[in-house]
Write a protein that binds this ligand. Sequence first.
Ligand SMILES: [Zn+2]
Length: 275
Amino acid sequence: MPELPEVETIANGLHQRLRGDRIESVWVGRKPEPLKSPAAVIARTLEGARVERVRRVGKHIVFDLQGSELRGNGQSATGQWIVHLGMTGRMLVADPESEIPKHTHLVARLASGKELRFVDPRRFGRLEVRKGDFAGPGAEPLTISEEGFARLFHRRTAPIKALLLNQTLLHGVGNIYADESLFRAGVRPRRRANSLSRAELSALRKSLRHVLKEAIAAGGSSVSDYVDADGEEGFFQLQHRAYGREGEPCLVCKSKIKKIIVAGRGTHYCPKCQK
Ligand SMILES: [Zn+2]
């Protein structure tokens, strides 16, 4: 499943390729699962619209559109196309001559002559259109203030790891990034959130931003062509220090990395470095 850094990389790649392009026509498939908005509404919103900007909000890709018919009264309006990739969703910018992959659920033909295709074999991805400004649930981990970050956790008794994964608090933090940021902050995943000191919360916020930015930088440089490619290769270039290293020596103290389950997710930590 693509996590925040991957979605950011994909959104940036789409922005570079599609900004300013106009969607001339849209084909929507018959499978109902990917369509969070009705097919006709998606088509009406996208057709004729200009892509002003493509950006990441949480784990969503948001297309800011100008001049679509969303209001239905013939007036030019702004709208948003919101894409969640789910487990296996991909957005491909393709040559119209190239073969349409199996499991293609939407094809947008662009004024530039390219096609944008949404492909998703397992159909956990979602396509939606909106009028308003989509913000997603929860706070943005890359921009939240120290004060705001501390406020999210100070009265909560759940394990800190479970809360990091709670999308209504912070959006876009997945399992790998939660483990890596807790390791770097020296905080045990099972600690009750309200037991963390202000210094620990500050270290955690810093390490979370660091880990996400590092992964974005790695993703951005190694998979600049992702939207044209057909695999997830190149993602997760982040050097894992805890995640997936069960039984291996800690890179700091050589203790064996432990694996436990927190909030139903495999969780990795160093019993010596993390308090
Ligand atoms: Zn250690």
